[in-house]
Write a protein that binds this ligand. Structure first.
Ligand code: 9D3
Length: 233
């Protein structure tokens, strides 16, 4: 699979992809990441990628033309195994099941927004989807692109070593829709805080019940939205 990132800050990605799982997967040719400088598709003296909004308003917008020409150069004949995604604060919230869908593609083009936004014709006529990584304000799409590449990369065959351990995983579904249970490693006592006694014994049925209850309590405290019966109340 090839990831294409279109950005006005190509140097940003020297960091995130040169470490850990994604770096190794690139070296092993399991995936490829191509970072494209949006200014390659500008032709004026100042290589401008932005302009003022029609109708007035604060700040600048990314222009449609460089983004359209970038995508047309990267994917000259678009097909069903390729997708173009605009990263924006207004997008659909990214989920693990979207990551699983992207992991089936040959090419994923990620368009990083900047400034106050992007000319809406990019969302309407160029991108297949418009995605956000959460309800908080970033200064651009670059961090979002790095997160999406990381989450998709680890689902690709061979990337985690263990062929299908991660590929079918879905966020919290294996565990009855709850968060993972709390886990502990040695020592059994640290600064006076003891590991729950039940985990030190070998009663596997008792351990299973403790883990299930601990999962429920942690989910109720940190992610009450994951309990489906309470949605919309
Ligand atoms: C807060 C109102 N606007 C700023 C004047 C809108 C706005 C424009 C551009 C907010 C953020 C951005 C830049 N952010 C992204 O491009 C972005 C983003 C985000 O801000 N949050 C979550 N996911 C993403 S993906 C891309």
């Amino acid at each position: 699979m090839t990831f294409h990132i279109v950005t006005i800050f190509p140097e940003f990605f020297l960091g995130p992809f040169n470490h850990g799982v994604v770096a190794r997967a690139q070296a092993d040719k399991l995936l490829e990441i191509r970072v494209h400088d949006l200014r390659n598709w500008t032709y004026d003296r100042h290589r401008s990628v932005d302009d003022r909004p029609f109708g007035g308003g604060e700040g600048m917008l990314l222009k449609a033309q460089p983004l359209f020409e970038a995508v047309e150069a990267i994917l000259p004949a678009r097909n069903a195994k390729q997708k173009v995604v605009l990263l924006s604060a207004q997008g659909r919230p990214f989920t693990q099941s979207m990551a699983q869908g992207f992991a089936e593609l040959d090419d994923l083009v990620l368009l990083c927004g900047r400034y106050e936004g992007v000319d809406e014709r990019v969302a309407e006529h160029l991108a297949d989807d418009e995605i956000s990584i959460g309800d908080f304000v970033l200064s651009g799409g670059e961090l979002a692109a790095a997160m999406i590449v990381d989450s998709v990369a680890r689902l690709l065959p061979g990337v985690l070593g263990n062929e299908d351990s991660a590929r079918n995983e879905s966020f919290s579904v294996e565990n009855d829709g709850l968060l993972d249970c709390p886990q502990y490693t040695r020592p059994a006592e640290f600064r006076g805080w003891k590991v729950p006694e039940v985990l030190l014994g070998g009663n596997h049925e008792e351990i299973r019940r403790w883990r299930q209850q601990a999962s429920r309590e942690k989910t109720q405290r940190l992610r009450p939205d994951l309990f489906p019966s309470r949605q919309g109340q």
